[in-house]
Design a binder for this molecule. Structure first.
Ligand code: TRP
Length: 446
């Protein structure tokens, strides 16, 4: 059996070396596993939550799409698409919104962090908080549940969101599944041993620290960035400590064990930092050179990228469209063309809503008839066996009811014999109303 792996990439910013080592490279490797059915998409609706600069949104979508393809993602094997090309996603988001507890979303970290910040600053708690930010986890749940993903690889900051997707999916299953698992409940995957790269200053490489190494800048830009890596002030010839050098950590992320051992020995032997940077530049240039060329070729042919992504969206929608149809049915958004059937089905349902429950007692087999709310309408006499009880329930549903008032209660007769009794009522009017309800509940279907 294949495992469906799904993850989204928020399209703000330009991918850097840290994204490559930490997310892109491992995801592409994972997508090559023959057992994997990978769904990777550009979370551009999510990007709109954080960014209101259209030019940046557009640029980032293009760059990220080109990056993944240039790095070797096979768009024929994996399903690679833009979230915003799948209209079923916002539609599902609404269906999920209607079953998502507001209290659940109140607890989302990203929202809570904004509120805390506002409170600290003495502002209104919800200042600057959009409904997009607030509902972010529901949109993400739709991304995941739409394709019934088994596994969702994400960074630690996203664990809570995947857990919320499970909660929301479970609730929907419970309300509308009729015993069936409409949605697969996803599992979060945290890649423990994935490299978190240090940036130029040694802190985690991140756009917010402005310490990144660009992934697909020119060779010159790469060289310049490497030159800005902060090192200690040991002079050429002085031994360097590889284990306290983030330059060495960066080198490790892209080299073989032999290369690492050799570089370590050179540093201990007094290699100048300038030389060390040259070694790292060459290593990175070798790792990224070909992909960089593919990247620049792709980015200059945006129409080709558009075609690739639209083909990916079509592939994804072959799953999403029929599945959303099923989900719409399940919540009661159905075509009126089937209204005739639906109406009679509705009637049957009303009858079905009253249900027979049989059980065994010391003196034999009995059944109760319960109404939709679980109130007892009838309790039968004892029968010799379950089959006899079953035949009586069948006849009660098929034949004209023969009801007889008996003081505060009434009986139901078959062939002139009482087979079941109602509970006791305090007034005749109540008893008569109950007789009427019973007739409606058991009226034979046309
Ligand atoms: N919120 C995720 C992030 O910022 C991106 C994302 C959107 C995502 N939808 C998703 C990740 C669905 C996994 C599954 O990293």
């Amino acid at each position: 059996m294949t495992t469906r792996i799904l993850t989204g990439i928020t399209t703000t910013g330009t991918p850097h070396l840290g994204n490559y080592a930490g997310a892109i490279r491992p995801a592409i490797v994972a997508s090559r596993d023959p057992q994997a059915d990978s769904f990777y998409f550009l979370a551009d609706y999510h990007a709109l939550i954080k960014c209101d600069d259209p030019a940046r949104i557009q640029r980032s979508r293009l760059e990220i799409a080109a990056t993944w393809l240039a790095c070797g993602l096979d768009a024929d094997k994996a399903t690679f698409y833009r979230q915003s090309d799948i209209p079923e996603i916002p539609e599902l988001t609404w269906l999920l919104t209607c079953v998502s507890a507001k209290g659940l979303l109140n607890r989302a970290h990203a929202y809570k962090a904004s509120v805390d910040k506002n409170v600290e600053a003495g502002e209104d708690p919800d200042a600057g908080v959009t409904m997009g930010l607030y509902s972010y986890p529901v949109l993400m749940a739709a991304d995941i549940l739409m394709f019934n993903a088994h596994k969702v690889p994400v960074g630690r900051d996203q664990i809570q969101h995947v857990e919320m997707a499970r909660d929301i999916g479970q609730r929907f299953n419970h309300l509308f599944g009729n015993g069936k698992e409409l949605f697969t409940l996803p599992e979060v995957v945290i890649e423990e041993d994935v490299a978190t790269l240090p940036g130029l200053d040694g802190r985690k490489m991140s756009k917010s620290y402005d310490n990144t190494i660009p992934l697909f800048g020119s060779a010159k830009q790469l060289k310049d960035a490497v030159a800005r890596i902060v090192t200690d002030s040991r002079a050429p010839g002085e031994p360097k400590d590889p284990d306290n050098s983030h330059l060495f950590t960066l080198y490790q992320a892209f080299s073989t064990h032999e290369q690492q051992a050799a570089f370590r020995a050179e540093l201990l032997g007094g290699l100048a930092w300038g030389e060390a940077k040259q070694r790292l530049f060459e290593l990175l240039d070798k790792e990224l050179g070909e992909a960089r060329e593919r990247y620049h070729a792709l980015i200059t042919r945006p129409a080709d990228l558009e075609d690739i992504l639209l083909a990916g969206a079509a592939k994804a929608r072959r799953i999403a469209t029929p599945f959303l149809g099923e989900l719409r049915e399940s919540v009661g958004l159905r075509s009126f063309r089937e209204q005739v059937q639906v109406a009679s089905e509705g009637k049957k349902k009303a009858a079905k809503a009253a249900r027979f429950v049989s059980f065994r007692e010391d003196d034999g087999f009995r059944f109760r008839l319960l109404d939709a709310a679980g109130e007892q309408l009838l309790l039968s006499i004892a029968f010799a066996d379950g089959k006899a009880a079953g035949q009586v329930t069948k006849r009660l549903q098929a034949e004209e009811l023969d009801l007889h008032a008996e003081l505060n209660a009434f009986s139901v007769r078959l062939d002139g014999e009482a087979v079941a009794y109602s509970p006791e009522f305090s007034t005749d009017a109540e008893r008569d109303a109950a007789m009427q309800r019973l007739r409606e509940a058991l009226a034979p279907q046309e």
